[in-house]
Design a binder for this molecule. Structure first.
Ligand code: KG4
Ligand code: ZN
Length: 353
């Protein structure tokens, strides 16, 4: 049995994990920078890279210790090369290069979004392909058709904000703590999801793309036209009823939009499973509704445990296992990349929507 060390530093979580080559997670350590960025209401790139630099050696040490192994037991290193914040990516990638070449091990670079897409299989290895897979986080709202782990094609992306970004922005307008997604998730059940009407974004010409900025603007319009002033109370259990109603209605519409597109795409592309991952895939309503959609369509639906939904290195190492034996290790000059592009599903495969 050989062991692979994964390293992830694409945004604000510093993470290291050790996996066996058959995909068992022996350890997964995540050092969060939430407290660093919370006062700014969003990730500050320069601070993120500096803290990766400080936290990564300890995260790697902890991951090895938790797995009960030493550096010398490793047979490969995997690191996220992109997409993400360039400075943050460079910290993890440079560390991984130095470690791999110092130990004489092969280094495999991984696409962060593809690692998210693959992560449901860590806990559900028998899920069938092709899968319709949603990557939904603070930076991504992308729908993919994965014919196999190595055949990934883009069905739809977002034209403006990502779903997590929209949730975080509403929370910011309501003076709620950062990041807003988990807070809205916790508060939404107290409100009436039908209290505020938000229309679903419409795209022309059969596009399945997402758009969240209109929902955000509609929420702001709702606040302004009714002269609603978000309360500044620290106690989230004591908010006025209209705030809970707005949160519940907004969250419901974000989930409706995400899954309406998924349903349309499922009819057209006929996948054998529905999957999702990324921070927003922790959302309780989205998880319940994806399972219901799976039942409605007669398809297995799955997502990772919350710890494997948010950014983590276990998914990075797991993704690298897909090409450990078939792809050459990365050369010393391998570079980080801030953005990524995927081949899209040809129009012929989705003739009408
Ligand atoms: O995948 P992730 O950890 O980092 C990015 O790559 O962006 O996702 C972070 C995003 C944030 O927007 C956060 O508000 C959202 O995921 N999020 C949630 C929940 N937990 C995290 N959104 C809704 N409900 C949640 N429970
Ligand atoms: Zn992510």
């Amino acid at each position: 049995m050989s062991l692979i060390l994964g390293i992830e530093t694409s945004c604000d979580d510093t993470s290291a994990a050790v996996l066996t080559d058959d995909g068992r997670v022996l350890s997964s350590v995540v050092s969060s920078q939430l407290e660093v960025h919370a006062p700014y209401g969003g990730v500050v790139p320069e601070l993120a890279s500096r803290h990766h630099l400080e936290n990564l050696p300890e995260a790697v040490r902890a991951a090895l210790a938790e797995a009960g192994v030493e550096q010398g037991d490793l047979s490969a290193v995997a690191a996220t090369a992109g997409p993400g914040l360039l400075g943050s990516l460079l910290v993890g990638l440079s560390y991984a290069k130095a470690l791999a070449w110092g130990l004489g091990l092969p280094l495999f670079t991984v696409n962060h979004v593809e690692a998210h897409l693959r992560s449901p299989w860590i806990e559900h290895p028998a899920l069938p392909y092709p899968s319709l897979s949603l990557a939904v986080s603070g930076g991504h709202s992308h729908l993919f058709f994965c014919g196999s782990p190595r055949q990934i094609r883009l069905v739809a992306g977002t034209r403006d904000d990502a779903a997590g970004e929209a949730l975080d922005k509403l929370a910011k307008h309501l003076h709620l703590p950062y990041p807003g997604g988990p807070v809205l998730d916790r508060l939404a059940p107290r409100g009436n999801p039908k209290a505020v009407t938000f229309s679903l974004p419409k795209m022309g010409a059969g596009s399945l793309d997402y758009s969240f900025s209109g929902l955000k603007t509609a929420a702001l319009h709702h606040l302004r036209t009714r002269a609603l002033i978000p309360s500044a109370v620290g106690d989230l259990d004591q908010l006025p009823a209209w705030e809970y109603d707005l949160i519940a209605s907004f969250q419901k519409r974000v989930v409706d939009h995400l899954l309406q597109r998924m349903k349309q795409a499922a009819f057209l592309l006929k996948p054998r499973s529905l999957t999702m991952a990324g921070g927003v895939a922790c959302n309780s309503l989205l998880r319940t509704r994806l399972l219901s959609l799976g039942e409605e369509l007669g398809l297995p639906a799955a997502f990772p445990s919350p710890d494997l939904c948010t950014d983590n290195a276990a998914m990075v190492a797991f993704r690298a296992l897909d090409f450990l034996r078939s792809r050459e290790a990365a050369p010393p000059e391998v570079d980080a990349f801030p953005t990524a592009h995927w081949q899209s599903v040809e129009r012929a495969e989705r003739p009408s929507c």
